[in-house]
Design a protein around this ligand. Sequence first.
Ligand code: ADP
Ligand code: MG
Length: 258
Amino acid sequence: MTTAALEVTDLCKTFGGVRAVDGVSFTVPEGSLTALIGPNGAGKTTVFNLITNFFHPDAGEVRFGGASLAGLAPGRIAALGMVRTFQSARIFPGMTTLENTLVGAHLQVRAGPVRQMLWAASARREERALLSRAEALLELVGLSGERDVPASELPMGAQKLLEVVRALMARPRLLLLDEPAAGLNDSETAELAALLRAVRSNHITVAVVEHNMSLVMGVADQVVVLDAGKVLACGTPGEMQSDARVIEAYIGQDTEAA
Ligand SMILES: Nc1ncnc2c1ncn2[C@@H]1O[C@H](COP(=O)(O)OP(=O)(O)O)[C@@H](O)[C@H]1O
Ligand SMILES: [Mg+2]
């Protein structure tokens, strides 16, 4: 039996009369990569905001590793191991690429100022380990050469990859990515796909909102299709690709737009 990393049950959220999320239920199996797709305005980002308690649901429940997240602050949820990125990259402009990467580890480092004084050696070991992990992740997405460059000077696609790397530095149990491939060129998208595969082979559960169908179809185990705030369909990428409702609501429309 596969256990659920994340269980979303009957989530509802209305904004000024608009039912942005209208009874959404789905499960993200432990260790899987689940893609959330659907047209613009379908409610994908709102679902992420409800899962992470950036917004409070009008109704419904989110369980993470079996425990309800009701009433927990977003920071507390992140500390439990659920780490997200945002639809538009949020890098720290005054820091280098490497510094931005290391910031992601702040959730994880237990070496506070006092402990650093008392346990300087262990803190230094911890720092060295973080540095080598940061360097390995930057290498994986092709950003090693940019490590000392101010992050604000990176192209937008590289900034988005950096944001994913920074999220990984927190050692998430569940990584939520909102449109990580938006604005990425072909080679950056390939780096992202490689990163997602590496993430999955490290048994980190991923939920990703994504419009790039070839990326989704190449890496997802499960696809949840949202339309007008409801789950339209859910299944394997192959099943979703041949589902007439999905094609009509999303894939067909996307092909026309392209
Ligand atoms: N903070 C908000 N305030 C008001 N309306 C919102 C807010 N966030 C999202 N919405 C509305 O909710 C619906 C779903 O939006 P969103 O979740 O961003 O969709 P998606 O990410 O699938 O494109 C849209 O109609 C959007 O305008
Ligand atoms: Mg969105």
